[in-house]
Design a protein around this ligand. Structure first.
Ligand code: UDP
Ligand code: MG
Length: 344
């Protein structure tokens, strides 16, 4: 018998509430034709018993395969399924953003199409939401399917980011989340080009709850994020959420100037007082290369931030939609102000 305190009992209690609130499930998919069906079957089975009005919104991020066709076939069978198809690939973060923009529900759940985020966790996410959480985040536990290199670099990255940035991002907390309509409305107001949603989720605040989950195996295909993409992703996160590298450049400049000054004084004293000229080429070459290195590094840091300012100043849309097939909003009650978010 389950005790009243156990999570299972809480879940059961919450999902037995006789209210029909709406939940939109947002699923970014890029070349996932081999995953869509399985994803749908497992998710549909999980939500079948839950007393909410669900919609399943696939965001096809410019796939080259039959992802969109699979989603449209599902939409034929199940009127709760919808599709937004991008005009080209804009990236996972843009796809999630489009899903949050298109959603129109009391809560939005985001999860990956490859089944690495188990849909079986949804009842627990919803129960946490019913118990007052405004953002519920899945936190990966146990053995991960990613390579050792990816796991180690990810751990290092989060430690570094949390040290230099004022926002706290929980490691191993990918974009597997439930967001209350209030949080969705807040996030919609942040239109920055350089998007690192995990930082944004933390930045917006709200009542946050973390739930552990075991990562599933990828249903089919391989990851779309290689080492280069991960590096770019990390760079974007640092540039968006920390100015520490700029300050570091200032400190580095100060430190090097101090050293150079001390060396200058030393060289003059040696020459004037002891009539000894410091012997030439090696020390000069070492100094010049060191100083140019520091200068180029500092310029590089400045350049990265300037590049970001340039991107932001263009104010380009975060994504472009080529095709929209959204399901009707069925059975929405007019007295639900939280479920009708305004778009930025
Ligand atoms: N994805 C996307 N656009 C991209 C790359 C990936 O929408 O440019 C989707 C992909 O279909 C999957 C999710 O984002 O549903 C996570 O991608 P992936 O599984 O490749 O990343 P990993 O889980 O290896 O970090
Ligand atoms: Mg994946």
């Amino acid at each position: 018998m389950t005790t009243p305190e156990s999570p299972a009992a809480q879940t059961q209690h919450a999902i037995e509430k006789p209210i029909e609130r709406s939940i939109d499930i947002v699923v970014p998919a890029f070349n996932e034709e081999a995953c869509i069906e399985a994803f749908y079957e497992r998710t549909a089975a999980v939500i079948a018993g839950l007393p909410y009005t669900f919609r399943l919104l696939f965001i096809d991020d410019g796939s080259h395969d039959g992802t969109a066709a699979r989603c449209l076939a599902l939409a034929q069978r199940d009127p709760r399924v919808g599709l937004l198809r991008f005009s080209r690939n804009f990236g996972h973060q843009a796809a999630l953003t489009a899903g949050l923009d298109a959603a129109d529900a009391d809560a939005v759940i985001t999860l990956d199409a490859d089944l690495q985020h188990p849909p079986e966790m949804l009842p627990a996410f919803i129960a946490a939401w019913e118990n007052g959480a405004e953002i519920v985040s899945g936190v990966r536990q146990g053995a991960r399917t990613a390579s050792l290199g990816k796991r180690m670099s990810s751990a290092l990255f989060y430690r570094f980011l949390n040290t230099i940035s004022p926002v706290h991002v929980t490691p191993d907390s990918p974009d597997f989340r439930l967001l209350d309509a209030k949080a969705v409305r807040a996030i919609r107001r942040l239109r920055e080009q350089s998007r690192f949603l995990r930082g944004i989720y933390s930045w917006v605040g709200f009542k946050q709850v973390e739930l552990p989950y075991e990562e599933g195996d990828r249903q089919a295909g391989g990851t779309h994020y290689g080492a280069g993409d991960m590096l770019l992703f990390a760079l974007r996160a640092v540039l968006s959420f920390s100015r520490a590298p700029l300050r570091l450049a200032t400190y580095l400049g100060l430190a090097v100037s101090g050293l150079a000054f001390a060396f200058g004084v030393y060289a003059i004293v040696m020459n004037v007082v002891f009539h000894e000229v410091i012997r030439g080429w090696t020390s000069l070459a070492a100094l010049v290369s060191f100083l140019s290195g520091v200068q180029l590094l500092t310029l590089g840091v400045l350049g990265e931030y300037m590049g970001q300012v340039l991107e932001e100043s263009k104010q380009r849309p975060l994504y472009l939609v080529a095709e929209t097939r959204l399901p009707e909003l069925a059975g929405k009650r007019p007295e639900q102000p939280a479920s009708l978010p305004s778009r930025a």
